[in-house]
Design a protein around this ligand. Structure first.
Ligand code: MG
Ligand code: ZN
Length: 194
């Protein structure tokens, strides 16, 4: 008998800059990585609830020539280390290095959905039962494409327009911890395997 395919897991797709860490704008120095308050605790709770944790981040600083993949990787490694110190870890990180002003348009720059689809196929994730969390509308709007839950967590770089649109169509939480509560409540309401 052939092996059954693994059951698909729900995930939380997390924006990086302005959501997990302070948005330093084109961050390339690992020494400037600062976790936002309560982030490690929120990720621990989400993992304990059975959710995969996946970062999806636009890094147009690479297309702009401001830093390279090596610097991106150093920042990613520092974020992993800071999370580990708080008992948390990520399942995967995906980034778009492009920008339409500096090359052909791509399918992976948020709000494009290519990186979510790639993550789903590489990690057996159920996009319709997943949550899409970040400080900009483009982080949460993929929820509308997949049928998942979008939660905007506004920060210093959230525009009023994004806030207004998110208020109409998605959920709003003031902290990542509060967003985690909302995600877990949705998961419980959907029931096991729903
Ligand atoms: Mg952001
Ligand atoms: Zn891209």
């Amino acid at each position: 008998m052939a092996d059954a395919p693994p059951p698909l897991r729900p995930a939380v797709f997390l924006d990086r800059d302005g959501t997990l860490i302070d948005d330093e704008h084109y961050l390339s120095d690992p020494d400037r990585v600062r976790l936002r308050p309560g982030v490690a605790r929120a990720l621990v709770r989400l993992r304990e609830a059975g959710l995969a944790l996946v970062v999806v981040t636009n890094q147009s600083g690479i297309a702009r020539g401001m830093f390279g993949e090596a610097e991106y990787e150093a920042v990613r490694a520092r974020l992993d280390a800071l999370l580990a110190a708080g008992g948390a870890s990520l399942d995967a990180s995906y980034h778009c290095p492009h920008h339409p002003d500096f090359g052909p348009p791509c399918a992976c720059r948020k709000p494009g959905i290519a990186l979510y689809q790639q993550a789903a196929s590489e990690h057996a994730l159920d996009l319709a039962r997943s949550a899409f969390v970040g400080d900009k509308l483009r982080d949460v709007s993929p929820a509308a494409r997949f049928g998942g839950l979008g939660v905007l967590v506004p920060g210093p770089d959230t525009s009023f327009a994004d806030l207004e649109r998110a208020r109409e169509r998605f959920a709003l939480s003031t902290t990542l911890d509060a967003a985690a509560d909302r995600v877990m409540a949705r998961l419980r309401a959907a029931g096991p395997g729903a």
